[in-house]
Write a new protein. Structure first.
Length: 113
């Protein structure tokens, strides 16, 4: 059974940092591309970053230079390091397995003073 579990969300001040993690189980993690998305209050879910099974990464323009996606295949986990956080980064963050319908439950990130 495929399962994705996000963690690491918190309340942080503007300019702060957080690292999110998404632990996968029930799959051969290393062959899968992984993505992070977010949904802010009152907005549609939007793409944040992705990492292919080759290690190639892509980012939304809004997070380039501030966020870094990485993966640890031995731990079946994908990470999102978020630096220089802004209030507009406030959202629930989700990880997605490839382009499938498998999503985690989400983790809340709130950036506020």
């Amino acid at each position: 059974q495929v399962q994705l579990v996000e963690s690491g969300g918190a309340l942080v001040q503007p300019g702060g940092s957080l690292r999110l993690a998404c632990a996968a189980s029930g799959i051969v993690f290393s062959v899968w591309d992984m993505g992070w998305y977010r949904r802010a209050p009152g907005k549609e879910r939007e793409f944040v970053a992705s990492i292919f099974n080759t290690g190639i990464t892509r980012y939304a323009d809004s997070v380039k230079g501030r966020f870094t996606i990485s993966r640890d295949n031995a731990e079946s986990t994908v990470y999102l390091q978020m630096n220089s956080l802004k209030p507009e980064d406030t959202a629930v963050y989700y990880c997605q397995l490839g382009v499938t319908d498998y999503w985690g439950q989400g983790t809340q990130v709130t950036v506020s003073s």
